[in-house]
Write a protein that binds this ligand. Structure first.
Ligand code: RFL
Ligand code: PHB
Length: 393
């Protein structure tokens, strides 16, 4: 089958779905092609923390109703080190901004429901997706459904297919410059049927390694431990995970981590990555397809949403006024935010993790940094303004 749309979007993650939703609100037609099934993307356990800017956008564009009901609004976070907790009052330091705990797959469900209710087209289980002719004005996307070949003609392609997608690797050699850093550790994450042990997130620096206490709801806790990059999950029975989390998160001898049934377990690699520019001809990359941040700053999803906001505005101006200026500036505009978020995510990661080749000096320096960040108003404010999300340009 051959069909046509204005914007062909590869990937139904936060970037692709939000873009399709924003374009629809501007009267621009799009088709989203997704390799996985609807059920798979609606259940995939990923991020959980939304910046104020992301929350505002979901509300302003009419997809924030469930988030308002089920999301947990947080006014602060805690940094734990040296056996003590230190609160960063995000709201007070940023003139009232907050962050919201609301699982990424819930955002995905809300966006899919909104697209379908508005008659939007999302093709799930699209096999062998490939992109063509994006060096000119008539790009095409080919894919297969149930063994049948299809071709989608469009004016623009949005590559929203994540880090392992097909769009970025389809750009000819020599066009992109890649910048990256791979960290010598990973995160072992669990989701557990346990009441959160604190009302707020706890980022812990410990001589045995980093740990993070987060949550999804009043009865589901989300926890992470720094581990080796090649760690084998089979070496981590639940009891061992709980014992290690208890050790690293403890503040004072009486602090006790609530335990419960572990319902999901996984290992996340940690990397920083940027591809520049985020555009080639009529192909625009957005979200993880263009950049990856380590999860310590909780920025990946938020950055994906920020990119497509810039892209939607540029496409809207193009279709309404035949003006390509914002499209031409897409990459430059996004990259200013991307690099600030890269810096913040790298900084949080460097401050909170144990690096195997660090010596006693480096460890003292990390503790001094944590002490400074939690005792200086200027330093706490720097953390807070980045954590709740820098303003959109
Ligand atoms: P996604 O979500 O990876 O979506 C890409 C979509 O493209 C599909 N796809 C294809 N479709 C068609 N053809 C192909 N060839 C395709 N190849 C791939 C995929 O199936 C998928 O549906 O990218 P997007 O939209 O750019 O969104 C990025 C975010 O998902 C990611 O940055 C965050 O999850 C990162 N992240 C966090 N971000 C936050 O903002 N706050 C957090 O608290 C946070 N915590 C996390 C995280 C990521 C984690 N993991 C597992 C990597 C915690 C973890 C553990
Ligand atoms: C999460 O809840 O999954 C989460 C929260 C904060 C982070 C990373 C992950 O920095």
């Amino acid at each position: 089958m051959n069909h046509r749309t204005q914007v062909g979007i590869v990937g139904a993650g936060p970037a692709g779905l939000m873009l399709s939703h924003l374009l629809h609100l501007a009267g621009i037609e799009s088709v989203v092609l997704e390799a996985r099934s609807r059920q798979y993307v609606e259940e995939r356990v990923r991020a959980g923390l939304l910046e104020q800017t992301t929350v505002n956008l979901l509300n302003e564009t009419g997809v924030g109703e469930r988030m308002k009901r089920l999301g947990l609004v947080h006014h602060g976070i805690e940094l734990r080190f040296g056996g003590r907790g230190h609160r960063i009052d995000l709201s007070e330091l940023t003139g009232g901004s907050t962050v919201t705990i609301y699982a990424q797959h819930e955002v995905i469900k809300d966006l899919i429901a909104a697209r379908i209710a508005a008659g939007g087209q999302i093709v799930f289980e699209a096999a062998d997706v490939s992109i063509h002719d994006f060096n000119g004005p008539k790009p095409k996307i080919r894919y297969r459904i149930d063994g049948t070949d299809n071709e989608l003609s469009c004016d623009f392609i949005a590559g929203c297919d994540g880090f392992h997608g097909v769009c970025r690797p389809s750009i000819p050699n020599g066009v992109l410059t890649m910048y990256d850093r791979i960290y010598p550790f990973a995160w072992l994450g669990i989701l557990a049927e346990a009441t959160p042990s604190s009302d707020e997130l706890i980022y812990a620096y410990h001589e045995r390694g980093f740990a993070l206490h987060s949550m999804r709801s009043p009865n589901i806790t989300r926890l992470y431990l720094q581990c080796a990059p090649d760690e084998n999950l089979a070496d981590w029975p639940d009891e061992k995970i709980w014992d290690e989390l208890q050790l690293r998160l403890a503040a004072g001898k009486d602090w006790k981590l609530n335990r419960g049934a572990v319902i999901q377990k996984g290992i996340t690699e940690m990397r920083s990555f940027v591809a520049e520019p985020m555009q080639s001809g009529t192909l625009f990359l957005a979200g993880d397809a263009a950049h990856i941040v380590p999860p310590t700053g909780a920025k990946g999803l938020n950055l994906a949403v920020a990119d497509v906001r810039v892209l939607a505005r540029a496409l809207t101006d193009y279709y309404a006024n035949s003006n390509r200026e914002l499209l031409t500036k897409y990459s430059e505009t996004c990259l200013r935010r991307v690099w600030k978020v890269q810096r913040f995510s790298w900084w949080m990661t460097s401050m909170l993790h144990r690096f195997a080749d660090d010596n006693a000096f480096d460890q003292r320096r990390q503790l001094a940094e944590l002490d400074y960040v939690t005792s200086s108003r200027a330093a706490s404010q720097t953390l807070a303004e980045n954590y709740v999300g820098l303003p959109m340009e």
